[in-house]
Design a protein. Sequence first.
Length: 217
Amino acid sequence: MTKDRNSVVERAKAERRHYLRARVEIAGRFFLPSENREAQCKVVDLSPGGALITSDVLPAADAQIVLYIDGFGRFEGNVVRPNELTADDDSSQGRFGVQFHCSPMKRDKLTEQLTLHLNRGIVDESVMRRPGNSNGVSRFTRANGEVVNCEVLDLSLSGVSLKTDARPPVGEMVLIGQTAGRVAHHYESGIAIEFVASHHEKPHGDQPANPFLVVPK
C-alpha cells in the first residue's frame, strides 16, 4: 500500500513539472513597459507556466509584459510566438503567448486558482479555500444513474480524489458537478477520478497524461 502511494506521489509530481494547459475565456489587460502602453485582451489558454492571449495589439517577440488576468491577478513575463493562430481560429485578432516569470509559490497558487476555476460545481470554492480544511461535500452520478454522496479530498487540473464507501469499477464513467470523468483507481478511503472534459489538456511534451492525478490526504 505504501509503495503504491509513493508511486502515485512521484507520478503526480512529474505531472506538475509538465504544466497542464487549459482552454479558457477570461478577460484581462496587459502593459508593455517598453512602449508605456496598455491594452485589453482575452486569455484563451492558461497554465501555471504561461498563457495564450488574443488582442488587437500584438507585442513584439521577447518583449517584457505585465499581464492582469481577471480573478487571477498580475503576472510578469515575456512575449513568445506573436501572431500564433490555431487550426480552428476564426478571429481577426492577433494571438501571442506569454511565458510567465513566477516563483514556485506563485505557480502553485495559480495551479490552485485554475483548478477551482475549471472545476466549479464539483464543490463550493469557499469550502475548498477555508483555512485548515481542504475538504468539501459533493456528490457524483454513476453510469447507472445512482447519485452517491462523497467528500472531496483533493482536486487537480485533471482529476479529483473522493472519500466514499462506493467502489465503482475502474474505468466506469461518472459525472461530478458538470464534469465527466472516469474512475482511475481505488483507495482504502475512496476513489480517484480522471477528468475527460475537453478543457483539460495533456501536459506539454511527450509524456502522456497521468491517470493518477491527485493523492488523498
